[in-house]
Design a protein around this ligand. Structure first.
Ligand SMILES: [Zn+2]
Length: 227
């Protein structure tokens, strides 16, 4: 099995990704109303609907799963999310937001009434606890829980040191600035453990939920992030 390609699809605010190997996995689907952007990116990269084997949602925030309902109408493949965030996806609501600073607190207030319409809620086919091996979905790699930002956050790891990590790490100003922990943090000690996991697995490039790729070496220090 050859190394997979990672294709980033910036959907205005959040990223979706295509992980394309023998089959293709879609990672996250952006806010509601953006499924066409994903379909367009597939077309552009010569990926057919029948090539898609799995949709993996990194965590239960609406900007990461909002277009799943509409996407599932044309791509009916299993949806995977970590068990602890599965209920939010199912109900079409936000996983709890724990702001770490006043700015994030204000963002939370603004987004307080932001609910995905109930009909957008989707029951995950795979609500996993631990690892999900991806060979059977045509990708050499695996998904592992990386909690911190939410309790049910998870990341997709490729063997060559690339990882798609949802909102574990973002940039200071979301699209630019130094890499840092996301401004919403449910559990700091689990976040630290997740960062150790990334380090232990030799992650070199992080594909975050917002903005372009982050060189893991730019996170200083990689495992002792002060939060
Ligand atoms: Zn999030």
């Amino acid at each position: 099995m050859t190394e997979a390609r990672i294709i980033r699809i910036p959907l205005r605010f959040a990223n979706s990704y295509l992980v394309a190997g023998e089959k293709t996995i879609i990672v996250d689907t952006g806010d509601p109303g953006f499924s066409r952007g994903i379909l367009r990116a597939m077309q552009k990269n010569d990926i057919k609907k029948s090539d898609i084997s799995l949709i993996f949602i990194t965590h239960g925030h609406i900007d990461h799963y909002g277009s799943l309902f509409e996407l599932k109408k044309s791509i009916d493949v299993p949806v995977a999310i970590q068990r602890l965030d599965a209920p939010y996806l199912n109900q079409g609501v936000q996983a709890p937001l724990y702001p770490v600073n006043p700015v994030a607190g204000a963002v939370k207030l603004v987004g307080k009434n932001l609910k995905v319409k109930k009909r957008y809620g989707i029951k995950a086919d795979i609500a996993f606890n631990n690892r999900v091996e991806l060979e059977k979905y045509g990708i050499k790699g695996l998904i592992l829980p990386t909690p911190g930002h939410t309790l049910g956050s998870a990341s997709l790891f490729l063997p060559d040191g690339r990882a798609i990590t949802g909102d574990l790490i973002v940039r200071k100003h979301l699209f630019r600035g130094k890499p840092c922990p996301a401004p919403f943090m449910h559990d700091r000690s689990r976040f630290n453990k997740s960062m150790n996991l990334l380090k232990g697995r030799g992650v070199k490039v992080i594909y975050p939920g917002h903005g372009g790729p982050i060189n893991a070496g730019d996170i200083k220090p990689f495992i002792r992030i002060k939060v």
